[in-house]
Design a protein around this ligand. Sequence first.
Ligand code: ZN
Length: 438
Amino acid sequence: MKHQPHCLLCFLDDDFQADLRLAAQNLSPRHERALEVYALRFEATLDKLESVSKCPIHQLKDASDKDNEHFTWWIDEVLKAVRSSHYQQVFAEMRKAYIASITGRFGESFSVVEKLMLDLGIDQPRSDRLDKVLYFRGRKGRFGREDLYHIPFTKRHCISNQRYSVTGQPLLYLGLSILDVAFELGADPQAIDDYSFNTYFLKDANAVRVLDLGNSLFQILRNNVVGLAREGMDLKGMATKGTVDPPGAKNDVDAFIRFTIAATCSFRRRSVTTLDAFAPEYVLPQTLAHWARQAKFDGILYTSTRVDTRKWRVQKGLKLNRYLENIAFFTDYDPSSDADHDLKLLQQFEISPPIQISDIKNVADEVMDAHRIEVAKDGKSNSLTHIGQRAGYDLDAAFGDLVHVDEYGNETPYAETKPGRLQRYLQFLFLMSRLVEY
Ligand SMILES: [Zn+2]
């Protein structure tokens, strides 16, 4: 392990968890044992965490170098709440489901997952993180809008075994950053001149139910709570008066449980050769996806395991991992229809025309900033997430400290790299067309 985590935020960090999983895999070639080792270490590490005020990476100081008490109080309250949650049940039951599946008891495996999800109430909530969030899609070549739809039903034979889908099932894959999309396409993000990218924006996020296996707790704490604490907002007062949900309330615990479920589904595929057919690491995510479809979810939001986080990483204390997030929407197939695509699904999005690097014009940052400030001031919302998103933190701040590190250790801000420039320009076009509605 590169470093021991100090506080809850260190612990929730995707890179730390990926290391923890890798270490467990290295100890055991059998996946069910790796799952067990990971669960034990997860608990041992969580028990040892300290107050965020003692964390050299995540502590937040005021202008006068005093500990920001609102921030510390908030994070430490969440830590208390997640420690006493039922996360060990997730590890135990998911392991049981895995063993049932590799023993050929598929129905039982599905039932174990189904019962666990119902027990935990995972079938209930819908993710509010889809609101006003912009997703990206890409493809190699110069293409029009319709060419960036999902793989047509007539090309099922091209669809391989994926983490959240079995072979032959077309899904609509979207990414939260151009960087992530490039990695998912198997492209070098620095060599995407001949790729086309566009944006997908849900017209009515309320009409869509997505199983959120992204790291939403970390995002809320590192994005919205930090942002609002820095602006000097009275978080304690807001929570006491009931203006916002207090830290460690049901939403936070639910997000932590989903984080634990995602952890069991995010083990990297280890030996991949052309001869490998079966991936033990995909058993749980595919079973979960199967359940999600049955439970009438429209898709799954998850963290990419393909982005090279050594070369593309977030510097400074502020570390946000949304640039790693993907969403896979299930497609519905109507055997009596001749359509090549799930048009009902596609019609739920506003889909922008694709652009290439050569189409980019200068982006006016000041205009975007002005919008954000106006929206944040207007605070007509009782959810921190919603205020943060309406203010556009998710659109921009999430990528502010992301850098590319070359082989000599030189750092280039994401916004100046090819994927970053494309993303900023697509965001600019989006902000101009949408944010003015507020
Ligand atoms: Zn920390």
